[in-house]
Design a protein around this ligand. Sequence first.
Ligand code: ASP
Length: 276
Amino acid sequence: MLSIAAAVFIILAPFRLELVVMELLLLSNSRSPDGSYLVHAIAEIAAIAAGRKRALFVPFAAVTVSWEAFVEQVRPVFAKAGVAIQSVAALPDPLTAVLAAEMVVIGGGNTFQLLRECRRRGLLEPIAARVRAGTPFIGWSAGANLACPSICTTNDMPIVDPKGFDALGLVEFQINPHFTNALPAGHQGETREQRIAEYLKANPNRTVVGLPEGDWLRVGNEAAVLGGPHAAPVFRAGQPTAMLVPGQALGCETENPALLAAAGIGPRIAGAEQTR
Ligand code: ASP
């Protein structure tokens, strides 16, 4: 006699779906205040690589350094994590390289140029499809911006026209990398919090995570978990800004007056009117 569970398994076996787990590591920054390059990320890079030995590197965000020089800056860091990188810019057929990539790594720089160069080469859809199929993705700064629905919460100037702001859409939230709310005394420009409030006014259904330097989000299918030394503010239109604590998953953030004050964020509602 078959048990009910065994009978159900046999009937459904031909229709079994593979569970694909997306794996993303989205970092705020590459260089630390002591000048070291990506050192704070090596353990996380090795963890997400999980034994993979090769990664495709996308250097298109680099503007004032050459793409070749950027690759050589990144190469030794990934070697320490046991991963050899190959630059997509050096390949005659970038599309085939994306389709064969074991891991995709996108470095920082100018987000508008990064998006333009990826779009020009028709790489956005293939990269997104590959990552959705389980290929790990690592992005820092501009590379983290590119993983979001759009690049609209970058800090960068639009130095080139990317022909649309939509990005990879690998996560549902927006990241503002290098987050700080500091403003020099007497400075009359907007704070980062004010800029994000403007974004939320125009895009009230979005969530924005202000990712302080040194932090990252490790994203899987179920959760986006904050890593690093700092709590990160989470902004939503019409709601008080909440703070996500390292080790917590996005959605678990709370209004925490002490952490908000430490991050220099005022008790205000994101998306509310500002007068300047
Ligand atoms: N320019 C930054 C970087 O890639 C991105 C940003 O600040 O939005 O380092």
